[in-house]
Design a protein around this ligand. Structure first.
Ligand code: TEU
Ligand code: CA
Length: 532
């Protein structure tokens, strides 16, 4: 693996959705000062990088992914001085900041769009896609047509997401230059990398059935990142790339494009499925992860290792057991993902087993996608309110966006004020304070696991090999670096114990405290890691 990329294998990235992380000024909305306040908590956990979801100026139709000024901070999150303090405080702690770059679209309140819609011949008129009529039947990812008629310009414009998120025209060299300048502005601020929002959509082919992987995609990504100024950056593309060839085109080191991509195959979270409970059995997930571990390793690619983010239902509630075996399944899932070869991404709250909420009114939800789906189910599909609520409670993006429950006080220690959205309905049962007071603390397990990874190069850079078989109901793999070997065993069955050939020596990591040396029996969700 390319040296620069191999160094990135030491990263452990924590994703923060700032609106829901910590509020320091009592307005019920998370802010940058809240992130600064929790930096030592994150260092203690063992993370060394943060992916910060958008905090730029935005009217928040899509909670910050509709950007009105890439070079200024959303009022409710704080100021540019707060941002400078965050970057400086992170660097003092040896942490890297990965910002969320949103290159595919802006807010309709961005200066560029305000100017562009004024006429067909102003300097910004071609910053977006304008036509006299829709040139295809593309649909918005949030429902409805992707084409919106604008009264002032008397033309239609493209919006792949909400109406308030017009797509930028990357075929216009001025747009490319503008986005290069945005990247350079934040690099000059000291930012260490970018998570690139829907990067696979920035090049369009209007003849195609969908708005992914257009003809100039690699040229445009190259324009952003194949430059001296950006050569040191860690970049991860949100790119629903299907096969390994597409992933290689985006992330082979010599391509000068991205360090890695989010591969979503294991989450089955495409629009059609995310609201329907599926058999996301961990056995299926294991097989997908093994396949990608081997393909990425064979091709010298960096594998992004994640189960959760701000767009999907919480994995433990989807594929684990978030009730009576919440500790066991949370620690088993963490082990089977984060000790693989690649870069771990931990979503805020995962480290103490945050789980899905249950709310009985659409008023308890905020996300545009969730609300559109609820309305669609009831108005177009004839679902009852109960059925529609069941689906959005299970698959809606709000689950992952509810304020962090730091303790069991009224607003979970997230704020002294009623939060912008209802806090988790399980806040009293699941919060950090309660987890730390428990014998079985998920936080302490994560901390121990990440320290083991930090202290042992085999668990960061060692080669992966699978030792369990496809029809085994457990996952066993090794990580080898030089003459040091770690063997990781995860029993992801809920009901059965399994017996394996005895492995000598004390486990160096376990989630059942009474597991002894040489024990061959694995209880439900039991994990053990051995060094040899
Ligand atoms: O997500 C794009 C994306 O793939 C998801 O929104 C997915 O399409 C959707 O949840 C369907 O289930 C990125 C951001 O992560 C998301 O938060 C934004 O809403 C979206 O782009 C637009 O910027
Ligand atoms: Ca606040």
């Amino acid at each position: 693996m390319d040296k620069k990329f191999e160094n990135f294998l030491d990263l452990v990235i924590y994703q923060i959705y700032p609106r829901s992380f910590k509020d320091t000024n009592g307005d019920g909305i998370g802010d940058i000062k809240g992130v600064i306040e929790k930096l030592d908590y994150l260092v203690d956990l063992g993370v060394n990088a943060i992916w910060l979801c958008p905090c730029y100026k935005s009217p928040n139709h899509d909670n910050g992914y509709d950007i009105a000024d890439y070079r200024d901070i959303m009022d409710e999150f704080g100021t540019m001085d707060d941002m400078k303090t965050l970057i400086s405080e992170m660097h003092k702690r040896g942490m890297k900041l990965i910002m969320d770059l949103v290159p595919n679209h802006t807010s309709n309140e961005h200066k560029w769009f305000i100017e562009s819609r004024k006429s067909k011949d102003n300097p910004y008129s071609d910053y977006y896609y304008w036509f006299d009529k829709p040139v295809n039947d593309w649909q918005s990812m949030f429902g409805g047509s992707a084409w919106e008629y604008d009264e002032s310009r008397k033309q239609y414009y493209l919006h792949s997401y909400t109406v308030e998120q017009p797509d930028l025209n990357w075929d216009n060299p001025k747009v490319i230059k503008e986005m290069q300048d945005v990247v350079d502005f934040w690099v000059d601020m000291g930012v260490d990398g970018f998570r690139c929002d829907v990067i696979d959509q920035i090049s369009k082919d209007f003849e195609k059935g969908n708005n992914f992987f257009g003809p100039n995609l690699h040229k445009y990504i190259n324009a952003l990142f194949d430059r001296e100024k950006t050569s040191h950056l860690f970049t991860v593309g949100e790119c629903w790339a299907g096969d390994i060839e597409e992933i290689k085109r985006h992330s082979l080191p010599e391509r000068g494009e991205l360090t890695t991509l989010f591969q979503f195959n294991h989450l089955d979270c495409g629009r059609a499925n995310k609201f329907n409970r599926k058999d996301d059995s961990l056995k299926t997930v294991r097989d997908i992860m093994v396949n990608w571990q081997l393909l990425n390793q064979k091709n010298g690619l960096v594998h992004s290792l994640f189960t959760d983010n701000h767009d999907n239902s919480l994995f433990i509630s989807r594929a684990g057991n978030d009730k009576e075996l919440r500790y066991e399944s949370a620690t088993c899932i963490a082990t089977m993902f984060y000790l693989l070869k690649g870069v771990p991404f931990i979503f805020q709250g995962q480290e103490f087993g945050i789980s899905a909420s249950e709310y009985d009114s659409i008023d308890c939800f905020n996300d545009i996608e969730t609300i559109n789906v609820y309305d669609y189910l009831i108005n177009d599909k004839g679902s009852t309110k109960e059925e529609a609520l069941r689906k959005i409670n299970f698959g809606g993006r709000d689950n992952a966006r509810r304020p962090m429950p730091w303790d069991s006080s009224e607003f979970g220690g997230f704020s002294t004020h009623k939060p912008w959205i209802k806090i988790s309905s399980r806040k009293d049962e699941i919060n950090l304070e309660k987890d730390l007071a428990s014998e079985k603390s998920i936080f302490r397990f994560y901390k121990e696991m990440l320290k083991l990874k930090k202290d042992n190069v085999s668990l960061r850079r060692g080669d992966f090999a699978v030792i369990s078989k496809d029809d085994d109901n457990f996952f066993a793999f090794t990580r080898i670096y030089g003459d040091e070997k770690f063997t990781v065993i995860c029993n992801f069955e809920e009901t059965s114990s399994i017996s394996l050939d005895v492995i000598d020596g004390e486990p160096v990591l376990k989630n059942y405290s009474d597991r002894g040396a040489g024990e061959s029996n694995f209880r439900p969700y039991e994990i053990a890691v051995y060094r040899s």
